[in-house]
Design a protein around this ligand. Sequence first.
Ligand SMILES: Cc1cc2nc3c(=O)[nH]c(=O)nc-3n(C[C@H](O)[C@H](O)[C@H](O)COP(=O)(O)O)c2cc1C
Length: 244
Amino acid sequence: MPASRRRSGRGIRWWRRKWRSGARAIGGTGAPVDGPVFDDAFRAQLLELFKWRRDVRRFRPDPVPADLLTGLFEVAGLAPSVGLSEAWRWVTVDNPARRAAVRASFEACNAEALAAQAADCADSYARLKLAGLDEAPCHFAVFAEPHPRQGHGLGRATMPETTAYSAVMAVHTVWLAVRAAGLGLGWVSILDPAAVAAALDVPSDWVFIGYFCLGYPQADSDHPELERLGWEHRRPFGSTLIRR
Ligand SMILES: Cc1cc2nc3c(=O)[nH]c(=O)nc-3n(C[C@H](O)[C@H](O)[C@H](O)COP(=O)(O)O)c2cc1C
């Protein structure tokens, strides 16, 4: 069986077995139960998932089954959110004209970003592939609803940005779930938020979080593409830890 079939079959079977079968909805019944015990083997696997999650910009054309996509969003709904507001909003984008408008915004913003590069970085920036908009079979945008009734305002009075943070939590959750299902996700932020909101016809107060390309990756790697291409590298862990 070709690698592409193996990958997609594995992802879908895994998804169905782990998340889509059984009578209980994802998230459980709400009744208190003894939780699972996560053993060393699971922790080792989880670490592998963290290591092998990638921002993906190069996709194979294989379609992503619609139920797999909605299953991923459902799993992402397990993310934490301020006041349990679930302020994230997923907007799938299939319409070619809307996709073209987003792509046009990316082209314009990326040209601006290139023009703003220092002379010694411009050539390398121009060589980077910073979106998989043309190849990815699935596109979606994520927005945060800034004033959801859900959650009754808990936790966000002094920090209204926490609804956007909640949406980012859901994005990270879906990013990991995507990788676990054998798929890849690429975050596109080189966009004009107003242009994207107009292209997707969403409420004007929604906060744009990001635009995402999803599909089966051409290749897997345990290193970020920006590192492999020499643009940037991860720092030793200690440099991000401040003790007071
Ligand atoms: C908020 C955010 C915005 C990003 N925007 C872009 C983008 O516009 N284009 C792109 O190629 N990658 C984008 N990325 C992906 C990062 O470049 C990537 O996460 C980083 O290089 C580390 O690589 P990894 O995700 O494969 O570990 C973004 C990531 C985040 C978290």
